[in-house]
Design a protein around this ligand. Structure first.
Ligand code: MF3
Ligand code: CO
Ligand code: CO
Length: 292
C-alpha cells in the first residue's frame, strides 16, 4: 500500500526537498511557463521546436551510422574495426562522437557483446557467429546530442539470443507506449519491468535512461523498473532516452577491471535497444527513428 504524501514528507520526485517546498508548488504555479517550472522544480531543460529539429538532425545521423555499422557485422570482424568506421563516418558528417574522451572513455561508441550489459569498449576482440552485439552511438551535431543503440545477431542466433533480443526490443516499444503528457516517468519503468519479468527476464537497475539533447546526460533519470520517486509528469518538449537492458538471468551486473565494461554477474546474455524521444501533444516521437 502506498501512503498518502503529507506536506512535510520528502517529495515523491526524489529532490530531497519537502513536498510543500517542491511538487506541491506545481499546483500553485499553474499557468507558469512550463519551461521555467521544469527547470526550477526538476532541473529538466525542455526543448524548443528549433532544439528538437537540431536533435532530430543529430538523431538521423546516429541511425545512418548504426545502419552503416550493421552492414559490416559478420564473423571475424573486430569491435575496433567497427569503432573506426563509426568514428570516421561521424567526423565526415561534421559531427563528433560524444563518447570519445567522455569521462576518459577511449572510443567513439560502445560495443557490448553477449553477457556485456553496456559500455563495452571496442578493442581487438572479434565477434563470432552466434553472438549478439549491441552498438550504442551518441553523436553531437551542431551542439545537439542524440543517443541510440540496437542489438544485432551475428550469423545464426541461438534460442536464448532470440529471446533476449526480442524481449529487449519489445521492452522499448512498451516503454514508448507509456509516454504521453500527463503520464509519469515511473509509468515507463512499471510497464517494462512488468512485461520483462512476466517473460522470465530481468531488468538491469544499475543503468537508466536519461534526458539528453543539450548535454550527453541530463535530468531526468529514466529507470526501466518501477520506482516510487519518479513522479515527474511528461510535458511536451521533454527529450530523453529509453534504453532497457534486459537479462536472461540475474539483473545484477559487475564492472570489469577496465573500469567501463558492465557484464552480467552470472554470465548470461543481456540485450538492449535505445532511442532518443521527444514528448509530443499525444505521445512521443523518436528523434533517432528506426523500426522496432
Ligand atoms: N551511450 C551510453 C548511454 O546510453 C553512454 C555511454 S557513456 C560511455 O547513455 F562513456 F560509456 F561511453
Ligand atoms: Co543513453
Ligand atoms: Co546510448
Amino acid at each position: 500500500m502506498i501512503k498518502k504524501i503529507g506536506r512535510n514528507d520528502s517529495c515523491f520526485c526524489g529532490s530531497g526537498k519537502k513536498y510543500k517546498k517542491c511538487c506541491l508548488n506545481k499546483k500553485k504555479a499553474r499557468g507558469d511557463d512550463p519551461k521555467k517550472l521544469y527547470s526550477r522544480l526538476y532541473n529538466i531543460n525542455l526543448k524548443s521546436k528549433k532544439d528538437i529539429e537540431g536533435i532530430r538532425q543529430a538523431g538521423n545521423l546516429v541511425v545512418k551510422t548504426l545502419n552503416k555499422a550493421e552492414k559490416l557485422i559478420k564473423d571475424g570482424v573486430s569491435t575496433d574495426y567497427l569503432d573506426k568506421i563509426i568514428h570516421d563516418f561521424t567526423i565526415k558528417n561534421n559531427a563528433k562522437p560524444a563518447t570519445l574522451g567522455y569521462k576518459g572513455f577511449p572510443k567513439s561508441c560502445c560495443i557490448s557483446v553477449n553477457e556485456v550489459v553496456c559500455h563495452g569498449v571496442p578493442g581487438d576482440k572479434r565477434i563470432k557467429d552466434g553472438d549478439i552485439v549491441n552498438i550504442d552511438i551518441t553523436s553531437i551535431l551542431n551542439g545537439y546530442y542524440a543517443d541510440a543503440s540496437k542489438t544485432y545477431f551475428v550469423g545464426t542466433p541461438s534460442k536464448d539470443a532470440v529471446k533476449a533480443v526480442e524481449i529487449a526490443k519489445s521492452s522499448l516499444i512498451i516503454g514508448k507506449n507509456a509516454v504521453k503528457p500527463g503520464n509519469k516517468v515511473v509509468d515507463i519503468g512499471r510497464a517494462i519491468q512488468n512485461y520483462a519479468e512476466k517473460n522470465g527476464c530481468s531488468v538491469v537497475r544499475d543503468f537508466v535512461g536519461h534526458g539528453t539533447g543539450f548535454d550527453f546526460h541530463e535530468e531526468p533519470q529514466i529507470p526501466h523498473f518501477g520506482r516510487r520517486q519518479t513522479g515527474v509528469e511528461f510535458v511536451e518538449g521533454m527529450v530523453f532516452t529509453i534504453e532497457p537492458m534486459i537479462n536472461l538471468g540475474t539483473q545484477e551486473v559487475k564492472i570489469l577491471s577496465d573500469g567501463w565494461t558492465a557484464v552480467t554477474k552470472d554470465g548470461l546474455l543481456s540485450a538492449q535497444f535505445e532511442q532518443t524521444l521527444v514528448v509530443t501533444e499525444n505521445g512521443c516521437e523518436a528523434l533517432t527513428p528506426y523500426d522496432l
